[in-house]
Design a protein around this ligand. Structure first.
Ligand code: PLP
Length: 409
């Protein structure tokens, strides 16, 4: 050992390993910044760094570059017509994203309009949680905008909608709702989880904010969770403050998977839409089926609206990748259909590469509003399998339901 240079002990050496150098070239792949802490520049620079942090420019556990890259990517996809005017904030789940939006723009005495039916988690958040803080909600059937207009109050601050409703596949009249929200001085917030920006970009039709459960089609492989809100930067900055105050930090590993999923989202969703169209049209003809909810079918109440709002490609209009099949025979028949599936897996999750199905009445929480949903309804999330294999699988399950082999002894 050289004189004058004291060698660190083995423990100190272990935790003060040389820091990995920052690469000179930009990586072609996506780096994962797996760190929840950042070195401060030294006391004089601390105030400057803290100020930057509060505006979301610098990083601590609340702001991570991998997470910010995911949020920015979603903002770019949703704001395709004007990407520079759209910002995003990422969250650990879709419900965390929706919660932050509500907490940012609502307070005691204010009022929200939500569609009926609405995603169960959103329903529960509004009725079980926000109601305790003096926030009122009306759940309204959005198919008639005059009815929506009648329930708007002077205290209405948010009109909440779902581009494609889960599980009825109702299509929101985003442009009509935008006019109502604008006249009421309220924000139009659209949950576009089932549509994805590949099918529809609500900001282009007047929405103020778009929310996603990125856990679904964005990640797309059932291996990560996350949520995101995108919209005008001034609104997003307010949402960020609430996100930081409530500790809604998405992990960089999940952000990596979500952003990677985005690179194939267009391919996946386009294929899922094509398969869902063939699947819905084919199964609607089966004698055990009462009706099929899919906006691609001309008989669906949202068909014309979807043709106006939804993107199309050489394969035709994209109507989404979820199809709800309602069988004759109510609860028992619906449960039997789900149980007779072989290739299709039973799961509440949607948007993954493998087709999943859920018998909605079996899966609903007791407090969940299933209004408008028949007890015989089974929701399918179409995956990347060959359409023919899915149709064969569901047809054999429907044949079993029709034969009455599901009838309980
Ligand atoms: C339409 C819709 N909104 C919100 C959510 C909630 O998202 P998360 O499960 O990521 O909290 C889901 C979940 O499936 C959903 O389908």
């Amino acid at each position: 050992m050289r004189r004058g240079r004291r060698r660190l002990g083995e423990n100190s050496r272990a935790v003060h390993l040389p820091a990995p150098p920052l690469p000179r070239e930009a990586p072609t792949g996506q780096p994962v910044w797996r760190t929840s802490g950042w070195n401060l520049p030294g006391s004089p620079g601390y105030a400057e760094s803290a100020a930057a942090r509060s505006s979301g420019l610098a990083s601590d556990r609340a702001d991570n570059p991998t997470v910010a890259a995911f949020a920015a990517a979603m903002a770019a996809m949703e704001g395709a017509a004007a990407p520079e005017d759209v910002a995003g904030q990422a969250f650990p789940s879709g419900m965390a994203a929706t919660t932050a939006v509500f907490l940012t723009f609502l307070r005691a005495g204010t009022h929200v309009l939500a569609p009926a039916p609405v995603h169960g988690g959103t329903h529960s958040l509004l009725t079980n949680v926000l109601s305790r803080f003096g926030i009122a909600t009306d759940f309204v059937d959005y198919s008639d905008l005059r009815r929506v207009h009648r329930v708007i109050r002077s205290t209405t601050k948010i009109i909440y909608a779902e581009t494609l409703a889960n599980p009825t596949m109702a299509v929101a009249d985003i442009r009509g709702l935008y006019r109502l929200a604008r006249d009421a001085g309220a924000l139009l917030v659209v949950d576009s989880t089932l549509a994805t920006p590949v099918v529809c970009r609500p900001l282009e039709h007047g929405a103020d904010l778009v929310v996603h459960s990125a856990t679904r089609y964005v990640g797309g492989h059932d291996d990560c969770a996350g949520g995101v809100v995108v919209g005008r930067p001034d609104l997003i900055n307010l949402i960020r403050e609430i996100r930081v105050d409530t500790g809604g930090s998405l992990s960089p590993d999940d952000a990596f998977l979500l952003r990677r999923g985005m690179e194939t989202m267009t391919l996946r969703v386009r294929r899922m839409c094509s398969t869902a169209m063939v699947f819905a049209a084919s199964l609607a003809k089966h004698p055990a089926v009462r009706w099929v909810d899919y906006p691609g079918l001309p008989a669906h109440p949202g068909h014309q609206l979807a043709r106006h709002l939804f993107d199309s490609g050489p394969e035709g209009t994209r109507f989404g990748g979820c199809v709800t099949v309602t069988v004759h025979g109510g609860y028992d028949a619906g449960a039997a259909l789900a149980d007779a599936l072989r290739l299709t897996r039973l799961a509440g999750s949607l948007g993954g590469t493998r087709t999943t199905a859920v018998h909605l009445a079996s899966a609903a929480r007791p407090d969940e509003a299933l209004s408008g949903v028949d007890a015989g309804a089974v929701r399918f999330s179409i995956g990347l399998e060959d359409a023919e294999d899915l149709i064969v699988d569901v047809t054999q399950a429907l044949d079993a339901v029709r034969d009455g082999s599901h009838t309980r002894a």
